[in-house]
Design a protein around this ligand. Structure first.
Ligand SMILES: [Zn+2]
Ligand SMILES: [Zn+2]
Length: 182
């Protein structure tokens, strides 16, 4: 479904694709997530011009991802930008041009172009490294792991224990200090 025929595009000059990219789970650089609402809404405009095939559009959808502060599974919106240029041949005059060119353009090697690769690429590049369920997520208590969103007045008993029982080495130091000060 996501493969398009190069000859068709050359003939048609322009093609608009609007479909749902159906997927249950997606593997991203930050983890593998469950995809909500059956997939991503995709809109792509494929244009043939100047002996190149240009691709532009988006893939939008929601995944279930754990919050990096409180670890709770939350809904994350991804607005993936799809952008690509396909060429039929590559001509280089200098090595530096070749390197520059490689990052931007994709060489067409067969009769078909696989758009699925570009959809995934767009989703991956629009996924943030850090995700929080809400900008004011309070996270977890660093001592006991209690969710501070659910317990805003959390008084950690573990923290109290630490302050109530002083380090015996510290007590000794205090005594030494007292003796020295007279
Ligand atoms: Zn959170
Ligand atoms: Zn705590």
């Amino acid at each position: 479904m996501w493969k398009i025929n190069v000859k068709d595009i050359i003939k048609e000059k322009r093609k608009i694709i609007e479909e749902t990219y159906t997927i249950d789970e997606i593997e991203l650089h930050t983890g593998t997530y469950k995809v909500l609402d059956d997939g991503f809404k995709v809109k792509m405009i494929v244009t043939y011009a100047d002996n190149k095939i240009l691709l532009g559009g988006y893939a939008r959808g929601y995944v279930e991802r754990p919050c990096d502060r409180c670890l709770k599974l939350s809904k994350m919106y991804i607005d993936g930008t799809i952008e690509a240029v396909y060429t039929f041949e590559k001509k280089y005059t200098r090595k530096s041009e070749e390197l520059k060119d490689l990052s931007n353009e994709i060489l067409i090697t067969g009769d078909m172009i696989d758009l699925e690769e570009r959809i995934i690429e767009g989703i991956v590049s629009s996924t943030p490294d850090v995700f929080v369920c809400s900008p004011d997520c309070k996270g977890l208590c660093p001592h006991c792991g209690a969710d501070l969103n659910e317990e805003p007045d959390h008084k950690c008993s573990y923290e109290e224990e630490i302050t109530e029982v002083p380090d015996p080495r510290f007590e000794k130091l205090l005594k030494i200090k007292h003796i020295q000060e007279g």
